[in-house]
Ligand binder design. Structure first.
Ligand code: FAD
Length: 188
């Protein structure tokens, strides 16, 4: 029988990253167990094929929540990936860092989660394919792309509105204040 230094259950976002970090030095053996099958499927591999796998039982656990008292006791559909890569194999590939204030609030009960700390981690994760920028990581394992198909009419319309509605266009909403930006995506 094989023996391993570590056994990780679930080859989703967290499990896969953890298995990689533990095994990359070559010092430890790692067994990564996954309940789902291969991710080599057309709609999983295709960017934004997630609409097709949203209900697909071959890659999706298709959970329903318990009845929600605040939703008139309705159960809500709750997709989760059942496939190599887990939910990251069926997700929408949107890349958002989150709001600085949320991290600061977490840090008040969980030291270390303040924005200054997590910003460095985000930079280590990212492989941003845009122009060089100190606020973006350029050499990490996770490809991050800007939005490719910007509709100029829509953009100009939003730009003309921004003063009036008090929401400004920002260059990447990286933990900053409230604002608008074009969506970023992560594609393996
Ligand atoms: C439809 C959808 C769209 C999303 N869109 C985005 C987005 O655009 N951007 C974004 O940042 N996030 C998005 N998310 C959220 C993001 O994908 C998840 O937060 C993230 O993947 C969760 O990672 P995880 O490791 O916690 O769990 P998962 O990635 O779900 O991994 C859990 C793994 O464990 C496996 N597993 C469970 N039980 C067992 C068992 N008993 N034995 C073996 N294996 C088991 C599962 O099959 C699964 O592979 C989306 C999620 C969904 C479902």
């Amino acid at each position: 029988m094989h023996q391993y230094d570590y056994v990780i259950v679930g080859a989703g976002s967290a499990g896969s990253a953890l298995a990689n970090r533990l095994s990359e030095s070559g010092k430890f053996t790692v067994c990564l167990l996954e309940a789902g099958g291969s991710d080599k499927k057309f709609w999983v591999q295709m960017p934004l094929g997630y609409g097709k796998v949203f209900h697909d039982p071959s890659v999706n656990w298709r959970y329903m929540t318990e009845p929600e008292p605040n939703l008139d006791n309705q159960s809500v559909y709750w997709p989760r990936g059942k496939v190599l890569g887990g939910s990251s194999s069926i997700n929408a590939m949107v890349w958002v860092r989150g709001h600085k204030r949320d991290y600061e609030e977490w840090a008040s009960v969980a030291p270390g989660w303040d924005w200054n700390n997590v910003q460095k981690i985000f930079n280590r994760i990212e492989n941003w394919d845009g122009t060089s920028d100190v606020s973006r990581g350029m050499n990490g394992p996770q490809a991050v792309h800007g939005f490719a198909g910007i509709n100029v009419t829509t953009r100009n319309g939003l730009l003309s509105l921004q003063g009036g509605i008090g929401i400004m266009f920002k260059k990447y909403l990286i933990g900053l204040k409230i604002g608008m930006e074009h969506q970023m995506f992560h594609v393996a």
